[in-house]
Design a protein around this ligand. Structure first.
Ligand code: BGC
Length: 252
């Protein structure tokens, strides 16, 4: 963290590489986020070059936190969702660090970053205990936090219910692809939430992803027990969480 309490976060997704300086006192972006289209194919080398371009454009010279839509263990990408499969087994931390002139870098799962940000600055700030964040997008990402401490790489989008992965039942992309109404989709989301709440007993569930902007259309339809609240930080959550991770020295 710089003397002014700023850190740099980058959120890598299937369509965009987005980054900004984050004010860690407030969780606000210090400037308008910079976005570069994710290179296609989104190979590690191409994405690392985009990251270097973004950091140079921001004129940032310090450490950088970076998200990937992947399980990240010891800096290594172990899976790859919506990015090139050649990420699997890549030492993402070493690669980004090399692309950024050898500076300090941390890499973490995209939903984990969003959860960190919502827990500290956003929707879950007022809730104590166990926070479960689910991001509804192309897949379902998850973050589990207990009093602010992240349990990384939970991958609850891959839990199977009656032989079907939760993300194949209730990701936002499923609603779109199958032309489901909010009522139909919310029934699938409820099935997923009931299963997860019976396993983890969270104090609150935060719903993120683009579809959380229409929360009033579907959160009231849910039939699960735990309070579900929409994410607050919208498309900045990954950037903010990545900045928090590098500031805290997290290295999942
Ligand atoms: C992946 C997760 C990721 C989530 C959201 C899932 O398919 O398995 O690692 O966090 O999508 O991008």
């Amino acid at each position: 963290m710089s003397a002014r309490g700023h850190a740099f976060g980058i959120d890598i997704g299937g369509s965009g590489v987005k980054g900004a300086v984050v004010d860690l006192a407030t969780g606000d972006l210090v400037h308008k986020r910079i976005k570069i289209a994710t290179p296609q194919p989104s190979t590690p080398n191409a994405v690392a070059a985009a990251v270097a371009e973004l950091v140079a454009a921001a004129k940032w010279h310090g450490p950088v936190g970076i998200t990937l839509p992947a399980v990240v263990l010891g800096g290594l990408a172990r899976t790859a969702a919506n990015i090139d499969k050649s990420w699997i087994g890549t030492d993402a931390r070493a690669m980004f660090s090399a692309a950024l002139g050898g500076r300090e870098v941390t890499v973490l799962n995209d939903a984990d970053a969003a959860g960190l940000a919502e827990d500290r600055y956003g929707a879950a700030k007022a809730f104590a205990g166990l926070v479960l964040m689910l991001t509804f997008g192309t897949g379902i990402g998850s973050a589990l936090l207990y009093h602010g401490t992240l349990v990384p790489n939970t991958e609850l989008g891959h839990v199977e219910i009656d032989g079907r992965k939760t993300e194949h039942r209730a990701a936002a992309s499923v609603k779109e692809r199958e032309g489901l109404s909010y009522e139909q989709w919310a029934a699938e989301v409820s099935t997923v939430l009931i299963t997860l709440e019976n396993l983890f007993w969270p104090n609150v569930i935060v719903a993120g992803g683009g579809i959380s902007r229409d929360a009033e259309q579907w959160i009231p339809l849910l039939t699960n027990r735990t309070t579900v609240i929409p994410a607050h930080l919208k498309n900045a959550a990954g950037i903010v969480g990545a900045a928090m991770a590098i500031d805290a020295g997290l290295a999942p």
